[in-house]
Design a protein around this ligand. Structure first.
Ligand SMILES: O=C(O)CCC(=O)C(=O)O
Length: 240
């Protein structure tokens, strides 16, 4: 199956002002369905390219995910594209490369990684964080294209962006704090350092249908609320 990536019309100036842009459609819903099927294979250790992803959930996390119990966590797979042919076709698609380059103001783009996030019902929030500090890049410029593998609704606790936060100075989150229950604390502390009270912070959810996307500057703050019940929230973040 070809990835069917739509070539989106983006405005790099608005992106650079806000630190993100939301694309109602980027890849075809039928491709998302096929990716979700492949995702279940990846979680079972079935890699059609014969190579494991860089990181997969541990056995305990997988048992909890399958049990539907209360101690369930968000699962992550890093570099599904190395293990799975369909993920690879999407992640290496020239349209995504051009999109990242356009938003970054670059002449081209290289894949840094992809991360698939699976937040099942019962999983807690994701701390507002910035992506760039996790990469040892010089210059420190990362663009993330996050694709909704499921339709996003407010009840799912979708990915959210803080308008203009890519220009904030100061504190940055670390991976150790990813799943802290007070998921806005770091971001609100950083906002106060800019002279902003929490109620002045403009938070925009990525409410898109399946195959829509949020693209963000690696210095923008992104996070999620928890998911109490319903269906999982799955998304694939491609970073360049
Ligand atoms: O989809 C998610 O749960 C989180 C995505 C995200 O924050 C990221 O990729 O930086």
């Amino acid at each position: 199956m070809e990835p069917d990536v739509e070539c989106p019309d983006v405005d790099p100036e608005t992106f650079s002002e806000k630190g993100f842009t939301i694309l109602p459609e980027l890849i075809a819903p039928k491709v998302c369905e096929a990716l979700n099927v492949r995702l279940e294979h990846l979680l079972k250790g079935d890699y059609d390219l014969g190579v494991a992803p860089s990181k997969v959930p541990g056995a305990k996390e997988l048992r909890r995910y399958g049990s539907g119990g209360s101690k369930v966590n968000t699962l992550r797979i890093v570099d599904a594209w190395k293990a799975d042919a369909l993920f690879q076709r999407v992640v290496l698609s020239p349209v995504l490369g051009r999109l990242a380059a356009t938003l970054g103001g670059w002449s081209g783009a290289r894949v840094a990684e992809d991360q698939v996030w699976i937040k099942p019902p019962g999983a807690g929030p994701l701390v507002f964080h910035r992506d760039s500090p996790y990469f040892d890049f010089e210059p420190d410029h990362v663009i993330t294209i996050w694709i909704a593998l499921d339709a996003m609704t407010p009840e799912l606790g979708p990915l959210e962006y803080v308008v203009g936060s890519h220009r904030w100075e100061g504190r940055r989150g670390t991976a150790a704090q990813f799943f802290d229950p007070s998921h806005r604390q770091l971001m609100e502390d950083a906002a106060r350092q800019q002279g902003l009270q929490p109620e002045q912070v403009d938070v925009v959810p990525v409410l898109v249908k399946q195959g829509g996307a949020g693209c963000h500057d690696g210095c923008a703050a992104a996070g999620k609320a928890g998911l109490h019940f319903g269906t999982p929230d799955r998304g694939s973040a491609f970073r360049a």
